[in-house]
Design a protein around this ligand. Structure first.
Ligand code: AGP
Length: 371
């Protein structure tokens, strides 16, 4: 493992390549005349009225970001479900409602059961997986292979950013197929995605700052991650990563929802990690940011332990919070691919400081093949 003490850290640092290789596999055309070299002619993508996503854990978090991507770019409503719930629920899928299952391993029992339920209902199934020959890739009607390379650590890191990349490309592909965006616009959007590996490299240089922050917060036992919009998926995965590797208590909420109950738990014993990154060229993102700033003030009034994540050049967050992590600017839908990196590093360093087995946390397995 050379310079890396753990697979998890090595895999965090492999994310520029995971994103680059996953995007490259879709071809050089904006979203690709042929997406991932496969024919999608019979997928009925032009006619579909809804998409269902079923997945577990981190892969479901990618699905939540995917919902925002598909709804924003392609204008198709998306429902995201826990695979464990979907398989036994009355949720109706049909030939007009494709199901996307997302799975790093391709073998998770709950997600495989969800795939089979969807197929039995006549839904076309698209599997997004990091393992080409896995059960779920074999059983699907369409396959999207993320190119993160083997992920050995139980905490999923590079597979997540590769899933986000694949979902973004799928959303772009769908938007073009359905005539929502023209090829020039698609090319511009694709260029933003292609700029990400370089920005990820810059983001990885936050490692030292994340380690310093981890030292400062390693004695805290309760964490809340807060965000809005597509960034909620990052907050959820930041919380999952922290609890999984450090065994600390961490939860995630949409920032606005904190006022409806969780606020009662916030005092000096609670650390809040707030995502306040904004795409200032996007009016919805800007509106969410303004609300996030007022939430930050409210939270800061209750706990001095608030860490914020903002984009480079932001000066307003620093007037409220001292501990800030800055990530490079990017379009709102692509920011999650950058934002998750410092959250992964923060979780990793806290776990190492606490002497945890980061690559193989207690009670967990890389693929949960029994339910
Ligand atoms: C992520 O860090 C976890 N190890 C876990 O939530 C994982 O994402 C989940 O079990 C789903 O696995 P899959 O992607 O292989 O289906």
């Amino acid at each position: 493992m050379t310079r890396f003490k753990h697979h998890m850290l090595k895999e965090i640092f492999e994310q520029p390549a995971a994103v680059r290789d996953t995007a490259k596999a879709a071809g050089d055309d904006a979203s690709g005349g042929k997406f991932y070299q496969l024919s999608w002619k019979n997928a009925g993508l032009e006619k579909l009225s809804r998409i269902v996503i079923a997945a577990s854990g981190t892969s479901r978090h990618a699905g939540i970001a995917g919902k925002f991507m598909i709804e924003s770019l392609a204008g198709v409503p998306v429902d995201v479900d826990y695979a464990s719930e979907f398989q036994l629920s009355p949720v109706v899928v049909s030939p007009e409602t494709p199901t996307i299952v997302i799975t790093q391993s391709g073998e998770t029992a709950d997600t495989l059961a969800a795939l089979r339920k969807a197929k039995n209902s006549g839904s076309k199934v698209i599997t997004i997986s990091n393992v080409a020959g896995s059960s779920m890739m074999k059983e699907a009607d369409f396959q999207i292979h993320t190119k993160a390379g083997p992920e050995l650590a139980v905490p999923s890191t590079k597979a997540f950013t590769a899933q986000l990349t694949a979902l973004f490309l799928f959303a772009l592909f769908l938007a073009e197929r359905r005539g929502r965006i023209g090829s020039d616009a698609a090319r511009e959007i694709r260029a933003e995605l292609d700029a990400l590996p370089q920005k990820l490299q810059t983001t990885l240089s936050l490692d030292t700052q994340c380690e310093t922050l981890a030292r400062r917060y390693a004695r805290c036992t309760d964490f809340i991650f807060a965000a809005r919009g597509v960034h909620c998926a990052v907050a959820m995965d930041g919380a999952l990563k922290l609890k999984e590797v450090s065994y600390l208590h961490a939860e995630a909420f949409p920032s606005g929802e904190i006022l409806h109950g969780p606020l009662a738990t916030i005092d000096e014993n609670m650390t809040v990690f707030a995502l306040a990154a904004v795409d200032s060229g996007d009016s919805d993102s800007q509106a969410r940011y303004e609300k996030t700033l007022s939430n930050l003030k409210e939270l800061k009034g209750r706990s001095s332990k608030v860490i914020a994540l903002a984009v480079e050049g932001d000066s307003r967050v620093a007037r409220i919070v001292e501990d800030i992590i800055y990530v490079p600017k990017a379009p709102d839908l692509l920011l999650p691919i950058l934002e998750i990196v410092p959250l992964q590093l923060f979780a990793y360093h806290i776990a190492v400081l606490l002497g945890r087995n980061v690559d193989n946390p207690r009670s967990l397995a890389k693929a949960v093949v029994t339910d």
